[in-house]
Design a protein around this ligand. Sequence first.
Ligand SMILES: Nc1ncnc2c1ncn2[C@@H]1O[C@H](COP(=O)(O)OP(=O)(O)OP(=O)(O)O)[C@@H](O)[C@H]1O
Ligand SMILES: [Zn+2]
Length: 720
Amino acid sequence: MLRVAVAVPLPGLFDYLPPKNGGVPQRGQRVQVRFGHRQLVGLVMAVGHGSRFPRSKLQHVGEAIDPIEQRVGEALLALLEWCSRYYKHAIGEVVFGALPPDFRKPTSRWPDPPTELSITGEGCERLAQPPGRARAQHRLLAALEHGPMPAPELLAAAETGRPSLAALIEAGWATEQPARPRRRDPSEGPVLTAEQGQVLDAIRAAGEGFACHLIDGVTGSGKTEVYLRLVQDHLAAGQQVLVLVPEIGLTPQLLRRFETRLGVAPRVFHSGLSAGERMATWAAAARREAQLFVGTRSALFLPLTKAGLLVMDESHDPSFKQQDGFRYAARDVAVKRAHDLDIPIVLGTATPSLETLHNARAGRYHQHRLVTRATGASPPAIRVVDLRTRRTEAGLCPDALAAIGETLARGEQALVFLNRRGYAPVLLCHECGWHARCRQCDANLTWHRAGRVLVCHHCEARERAPDVCPDCRADALQGAGEGTEQLEQALGRLFSGTPVYRVDRDAVRRKGELESLVETVRSGEPCLLVGTQMLAKGHHFPKVTLVVVVNIDQALYSADFRALERMGQMLVQVAGRAGRAQAPGTVILQTHHPDHDALRTLVEEGYPAFAGNQLDERRLAGLPPFAFQAVLRADAPDREPVRAFLQAARQAWQGRGMSLHGPFPAMMEKRAGRVRWYLLAQSEERPILQRALDNWLDAVRRLPTARQVRWAIDVDPQEF
Ligand SMILES: Nc1ncnc2c1ncn2[C@@H]1O[C@H](COP(=O)(O)OP(=O)(O)OP(=O)(O)O)[C@@H](O)[C@H]1O
Ligand SMILES: [Zn+2]
């Protein structure tokens, strides 16, 4: 009897009989199964004897799809089982959510290991003779003269096809063998600063086994330089290393830096790659063809078979939390994975999350600080400008405009940060007060003036922007508030002659666009950068000496208890783009609330003091990380079934150890045509919450009202 995980939203495994012919597939192997009327791919999770069902009710699986060497390894399976238990998510969806998408296709296979060709002695003799009629083969031999080459490259270099190559091998002039990873000499990095040296020594001294290290280093303090040395150690020891970066951090600059410094090109893994590419990297990890992997959160589940180190850069970044389907926090799962593999993990950031800081304070993580910038640059000075007393132009106050002018006059660059795309967040009628709302969401449509469209930033709905008010027909439509598109235009007008580059998801769409833009900026001509968080993270622009933060006020009085923490992180990260080289940096922060306590602490005393205060407040309020939460979310086209289900769910819990609050409407009650509410479950102890959730969810699943809504559980939720 086989217990099989299938990619369906039902909890538990499904029982099947072994294949009619052939051997019994083993744990971790893929098989084809009939599921209802569908043929699906399943993953064998257990091979056992009994079943709750009579034998006659069970179906046979097909034969194992892949050879036994290609099964999913034990360490990864155990991690996925843990994820399913901890996040209370159906095992089949966890498994198939973590594996590359091609695993669901019965026809997909691991690609063959890459090979390379080399010239033989006879081949060299042949090359010494004139080509005669075998021109193409001669070219192939000439290309191989300087060393082995993978077939695709060789064929391109010799401008010929497979048949000539086959003939070459046939004649004994060349041989094909598994490719060895290509290495170049790693380039020397800078001499480490004393601080960097101490951190490196401390992490090395902690040894090979599990430990979680937090490198809490200010922006530009050279954290990446420390990771590079550690990665080098483990590569030299023949181990595999996985570096996780935020969605936006996977820039060619970072990859190139890794390649030149380490002498090997990292294998990348993220959801933007084709299914085939992901399968190839997966196979490379399992077969140990590659040692160094860099990827976004989904890379966490690569089948490393000889892991030595995990690194998570910008570990505070919200993109490490998966927000739908199999919801998981990659940071926590990464720590769990390092623990199971008994290897060190390094979390790096200038702005640790409060959870991470709390773990460091409790002694679970080793905290290593870097408090000075590696290049010797001083930290940027932040100037708060009170918007209440200033007139603004396109959202920029005279102080900011003057500072931009001075920066450009000195031949330097300025960055204007506004986390809002489009021309204006609202299009309204000055006559009757009409404004453009999304039909599907509780949200205004954003006016994208250049494209003449209104776009909902929550459900992506688009419509043509009207020329006159659809209600009163007045020719009085105008934008309220600013977005990056408007800033770009205004700055272009005010500083004509200076190039203005906009960096956001609308302006930078194609692959390579951000790359070339970053190159232009790094070349150093005076210019203005306008952008969203795409600009805020990880980039190193030596010539940017001024950062203007247009507006962060929304976060100051938000109902989301994490809004301030995120605002603080964002502000420190974007400010960290200023003055990273010789010239000192300035940050101008525009706000209507210059006296806001948390904001003042952040500006005057820095992130550690700010985060410390936030932690104190969380403790007093009994909020995470001092309590543990889970959210039961439900949505449907109408409000009534959603509330009825959540009310019933709340009543279904009589036990102790966990308190339930709600039902509450989501921050945005209606999104993409669905009404969303939630129940909040909270406990002071994680294991107690875990046990209570299991019991509660058993009852919730049986509720008749559960069938009228779409519902999901989110353990350790990050948003409401
Ligand atoms: N020891 C050093 N001596 C001189 N320059 C250094 C040294 N370490 C790092 N740098 C340089 O300082 C700059 C910032 O370093 P790095 O990118 O490693 O910092 P970081 O802490 O990862 O930055 P951030 O978090 O702001 O992205 C880089 O240009 C890097 O080459
Ligand atoms: Zn919408």
